[in-house]
Design a protein around this ligand. Structure first.
Ligand code: ADP
Ligand code: MG
Length: 398
């Protein structure tokens, strides 16, 4: 689960990290009031969406020449820019072409930036521990640095039990080139980042940019956090920060029915039981030249309601040209699944070819039910045949 920049900054500030003063606004009037509260000092208006790259984004259809992060010095301009930001969707490298609607703005006192740094923490699966990453080349182009000069990104492995140790923070601060009392300031922000990451079960937490201002103050200007969904039950205060308007409606619907669903770019809808089988189904579709439209795991006990909802979610994607159901009946018997598929097929009103591969307990009874249904369902024996059939069907071949 992702949260907004202003929420991430609040979590960091609660652990002692320095962030510039800011106020949240959901209307032009509130944005103006926030500007006034800073005594007319320059502000940065920041559109709150979960996607990154806002600074370099654009407001679709607005004709405006600014992105989701705009430096402003007058009350009049704050009004004008807030109006556009709240009216038009913001498109960035990380949103789709339609962009994302903005309903909240962060009005932040502008920092007089001397230098921008990158600071981030992720779970490094290769070494099995969290890693803190830092770079003196922070700002909006950190992806370029990572791709072309990875040696400019410093890494420090963090003990999950002990957290970031003082000598590690000092080492990073010195290597980044901080001097004088900035070393201690930078260390304070690193410690806050490490504590939030470990205590709240983040999978990613980033401060980009971390800045030194011309007055010599070290501050977190932007923050992004992603939390491990499987650990959210331990953090109701984090779960309550969820903004459903930022999430893919299909993924949200699936989650409500207990389905694990991830949207992909292809044309073949997949309905599978078990995450491992779902992964191998996607692999074998690709092996046969097709592209999966989604990952969908109905779990161990797929019932009629779940299968019906799963079909509805898959078919609501207009790119889906054919659907593959790949079920291994273990605890769940194949004839029960077949009945669920038939009932769901009728209820949903299928409009694309459906290929079904069943294996496991009561497979013969299951296949018989499908064959005798008189419905337009292609049966397949084995994964290879199923994949070949569904790839052909998606291409419009018989
Ligand atoms: P994003 O990463 O989504 O583009 P950021 O919050 O990182 O958004 O903003 C992009 C750039 O805008 C920053 O790298 C920084 O140069 C500038 N910026 C952001 N917030 C402020 C601020 N409070 N004061 C001055 N400049 C800012
Ligand atoms: Mg940023």
């Amino acid at each position: 689960m992702k949260i907004h920049e202003y929420q991430a900054k609040e979590l960091l500030a609660a652990e002692g990290a320095a962030v510039p003063p800011g106020k949240v606004a959901t209307s032009v009037d509130q944005a103006l009031a926030a500007f006034d509260s800073f005594g007319g000092a320059p502000v940065v208006l920041k559109a709150q969406i979960h996607a990154g790259g806002r600074g370099k984004g654009s407001f679709v259809g607005s004709g405006a020449d600014f992105g989701g992060v705009k430096y402003l010095t007058s009350r009049e301009k704050v009004g004008e820019v807030a109006k556009v930001m709240l009216a038009y969707p913001l498109q960035t490298k990380q949103t789709g072409a339609d962009g994302q609607k903005v309903s909240t703005l962060l009005v932040q006192k502008a920092a007089d930036i001397a230098k921008e740094y990158y600071l981030g923490m992720v779970l490094d699966r290769a070494s099995g521990v969290p890693v803190m990453m830092a770079s003196a080349e922070g700002g909006v182009d950190i992806e370029e640095v990572a791709a072309h000069s990875p040696e400019k990104i410093l890494k420090e492995k963090i003990s999950p039990e002990l957290g970031l140790l003082p000598f590690q923070a000092r080492k990073l601060a010195f290597e980044l080139g901080f001097q004088g009392d900035q070393v201690a300031q930078a260390e304070g922000i690193m410690r806050a980042l490490s504590r939030v990451f470990l205590e709240k079960d983040c999978s990613i937490a980033e401060i980009n940019p971390l800045v030194v201002t011309k007055e010599g103050k070290v501050e977190a200007l932007d923050a992004k956090m992603v939390f491990d969904d499987n650990a959210l039950f331990r953090h109701p205060e984090i779960a309550s920060l969820r903004d459903e308007s930022e999430e893919d409606p299909a993924e949200l619907r699936a989650a409500q029915s207990g389905l694990s669903f991830v949207r992909m770019e292809g044309s073949i809808g997949c309905l599978v039981n078990g995450a491992g089988l779902a992964m191998s189904t996607m692999d074998i579709i690709k092996y046969h030249g097709g592209e999966p439209a989604n990952f969908l795991d109905v779990g161990g006990g797929a019932n009629k309601d779940q299968v019906t909802e799963a079909f509805r979610i898959i078919l609501s994607d207009k790119r889906v040209k054919a659907v593959l159901v790949n079920i291994f009946g273990g605890i769940m018997k194949c004839d029960t699944i077949a009945q669920a598929i038939l009932a769901a097929f009728k209820e949903v009103g299928f409009h694309v070819p459906l290929v079904v591969r069943l294996e496991g307990t009561n497979v013969d009874a299951g296949k018989k039910l499908l064959a005798e249904s008189g419905l337009n369902i292609a049966a397949a024996s084995g994964m290879a045949e199923a994949a070949q059939k569904v790839v052909d069907a998606a291409r419009g071949k018989k």
